[in-house]
Design a protein around this ligand. Structure first.
Ligand code: SAH
Length: 408
């Protein structure tokens, strides 16, 4: 393997891999240990300049001295030249697959405490525009019935159904919460405000909806979309859900859809939402959870990847969210459910919508500043979406729905 990588390096192909090795958010020491890699992040950070330095970067990283690397770099091209071209091509292809396999197993967007990683990731996603193009105004999983599942493989219906299932999800979540015409609604972790606007429209002028997020770009986009729709009873603010500026007992409904995943302190998250809720009001949370109980080392490895790819500090079980609600001493009628059956189709569906309509990714990779790195990022997203699917399918992850009323 080392020799083969060296072959790539001396053939000048190492450049193809260097952007990934130098990706700004390098894997943490924990991910390296958990993945059993011996290459330290510092080794991956070597940033040589110039062609000869670049072609010696890989052997240096593999622990060879510059003299050895020089000697090998001279020998390897000659050795390659004496081989059957088919063998060389097959070898290079195998190496390429191997390198991609290793790189795709290293998570690249870890949550870092105190560094604003969540807000920055959502700012970047909002500016890039791909998430909105494919997912529409909602950044959460959809709610599927049998017909929706069948539509995934139909290129003519797939994209519309993908977006429609998200509206279905919030309708089901609203019904399940038992909320009754709330006058003041708080959407905690509102994304670009799809749900806030939907509820503002549904509840009408007698109600107001406030959405909060850590991402200024999301607030900007959410506000622009509300203006476009002439919605005057909705507003958006940059605010941390763990330190909300609202008074106690302010809202009739506190809604949190797929924001708990990003919270570094789940207890504080539940306590804050319970605090700002009015007595008699409803709290409803939908969030990706991990299973309750013992986690094997191999499951932990899978979880670590899922934590670190999209800025998640960690997950807890939905049973734990239920206990946290009861633990506030303010909440009653706590109910919990696992909606994995209703939502799991969304993971692979989100891959299929890209397969049916890949042009925007290809185009943006060619014409924007993101360049072809966008294609690499898209491949990473596909891998992560599929790993999410597998974790939910195996029961390692669950889709937690938790609701409660504040004691009157
Ligand atoms: N609920 C939205 C978006 C889900 S994406 C929807 O259904 O479309 C997760 C959202 O949670 C993002 O908007 C992110 O900024 C927000 N979020 C994560 N941590 C947060 C925190 N500590 N305070 C406020 N918002 C947070």
């Amino acid at each position: 393997m080392r020799l083969a990588i060296l072959g790539l390096a001396s053939a000048g192909l190492a450049d193809a891999f260097t952007p990934s090795l130098h990706a700004p958010s390098l894997p943490t020491a924990r991910s390296h240990a958990s993945l059993g890699l011996s290459t330290a992040p510092s080794a991956l950070k070597i940033r040589p300049t110039g062609r000869s330095a670049r072609s010696s970067a890989v052997p240096m990283q593999m622990g060879l001295s510059a003299r050895h690397a020089g000697a090998l770099a001279a020998v390897v091209p000659r050795t390659l030249a004496s081989q059957n071209p088919v063998t060389v091509a097959a070898g290079l292809a195998a190496v390429l697959v191997g390198v991609l396999y290793v790189l795709l197993k290293i998570p690249s967007r870890a949550y870092k405490d105190g560094e604003g990683t969540v807000g920055k990731e959502y700012d970047a996603w909002t500016e890039e525009g791909l998430l909105e193009y494919y997912w529409g105004e909602h950044i959460h999983l959809g709610y599927y019935d049998e017909d929706d599942r069948k539509a995934v493989m139909n290129p003519l219906k797939s994209s519309k159904v993908f977006k429609d299932t998200k509206y279905k999800f919030i309708e089901e979540m609203y019904k399940w919460s038992g909320a009754d015409k709330p006058a003041k609604v708080l959407d905690v972790g509102c994304g670009i405000g799809g749900t806030s606007r939907y509820l503002a429209n549904k509840l009408g002028d007698d109600s107001t909806v406030t959405g909060i997020t850590l991402s200024p770009k999301q607030v900007e986009r959410a506000t622009a979309l509300a203006k476009e729709r002439d919605l005057n009873n909705v507003d958006f603010r940059v605010m941390d859900a763990l330190k909300m500026e609202f008074e106690d007992n302010t809202f009739d409904l506190v809604w949190a859809c797929e924001s708990g995943e990003h919270m570094p302190d789940k207890r504080k998250y539940i306590e804050e939402m319970s605090r700002v809720l009015k007595p008699g009001g409803t709290l409803v949370v939908a969030t990706w959870c991990q299973k309750e109980g013992d986690i094997t080392p191999s499951e932990q490895k899978d979880l670590n990847f899922l934590y670190e790819e999209w800025a998640h500090p960690y997950f807890v079980s939905y049973e734990e969210y239920g206990r946290l609600m009861k633990g506030t001493g303010k909440m009653e009628q706590v109910r919990e459910e696992n909606w994995v059956k209703e939502t799991i189709t969304a993971w692979r569906h989100s891959i299929w919508v890209g397969v049916w309509d890949p042009w925007i990714v290809i185009w943006k990779g060619l014409t924007t500043r993101a360049g072809p790195m966008l294609w690499w990022k898209t491949i990473r997203e596909i891998v992560t979406l599929n790993r999410m699917h597998k974790a939910f399918e195996s029961g390692l992850m669950t889709y937690g729905m938790i609701t409660a009323k504040k004691t009157a």
